[in-house]
Design a protein around this ligand. Structure first.
Ligand SMILES: [Zn+2]
Ligand SMILES: [Zn+2]
Length: 237
């Protein structure tokens, strides 16, 4: 086990070797400076109270009205746009694992202001082929930071991606639910009866979170919410 002092020392050495710079503006000594953090594109205006997608003012979007979701709700504080898109891109594809902490901090701020009841945290899993290629699961890194800060257990192994799926971003909205339906399986019943918060970096239709929630509910969880950093907007519903 690594002691906290060792972790702090290691971090000190890493900071000397690779001095932190704001992911957005390049300012020194921080991975995300206060100014840039405040200027990230927040979601404002009416959103669907189930899937969180911006609406023209209705409480529930047409999609959730016609095809109700099994997940309790999906929330995302930011738009997948501008500097948030840039930060997530670096975090996910450019090996910027150190961004997990400042990005998880943004989720913590959201949870501070918007209460969601949960007992445990589950990151959306990657398929093992994708995990091998990337070397880490960005959603798991966010979940671990969140778990540390909130003193909640993170269950990264209880949901598995049972088959590779096409990247959701490459598909039209109507195909996304089909692409991930049944792609997850809850392989561990230890969360039976628990209220779970599922973490992902980006969502669009919510299809991936919904498929995870369905698997967790089959595994006996009593409720599942989804929380993402950012939402890519398809259209208004
Ligand atoms: Zn900055
Ligand atoms: Zn909706």
């Amino acid at each position: 086990m690594i002691l906290k002092e060792h972790r702090d020392l290691l971090r000190g050495i890493l900071n000397l070797l690779f001095p932190p710079r704001c992911v957005c503006c390049g300012r020194r000594d921080t991975w995300l400076c206060d100014d840039c953090g405040m200027n990230l594109p927040r979601i404002t205006g009416p959103t669907c109270r189930v899937c969180g997608q911006p609406t023209k003012g209705t409480q529930v979007c047409s999609s959730c009205y016609t095809s109700p979701l099994r997940i309790q709700g999906i929330r995302a504080p930011y738009l997948f746009d501008g500097q948030m898109r840039k930060a997530i891109h670096k975090f996910k594809y450019k090996r910027a694992r150190h961004l997990a902490e400042p990005l998880a901090q943004l989720l913590l701020e959201y949870l501070d202001a918007n209460s969601i009841d949960f007992d445990a945290i589950v990151p959306v899993p990657l398929h093992e082929a994708r995990l091998a290629e990337r070397g880490y699961n960005q959603s798991q890194l966010l979940a671990v930071e969140l778990g540390k800060a909130l003193n909640k257990a993170v269950f990264a192994e209880c949901v598995k991606r049972t088959r590779p799926t096409q990247a959701q971003m490459s598909l039209p909205a109507r195909k996304r639910f089909d692409n991930v339906r049944g792609a997850f399986q809850c392989t561990d019943k230890s969360l039976s009866g628990s209220r779970v918060l599922i973490i992902d970096d980006v969502c669009t239709t919510g299809a991936t979170l919904e498929a995870c929630a369905v698997a967790l509910k089959r595994g006996g969880v009593s409720s599942a919410w989804g929380l993402c950093l950012a939402r890519a907007i398809l259209d208004y519903r």
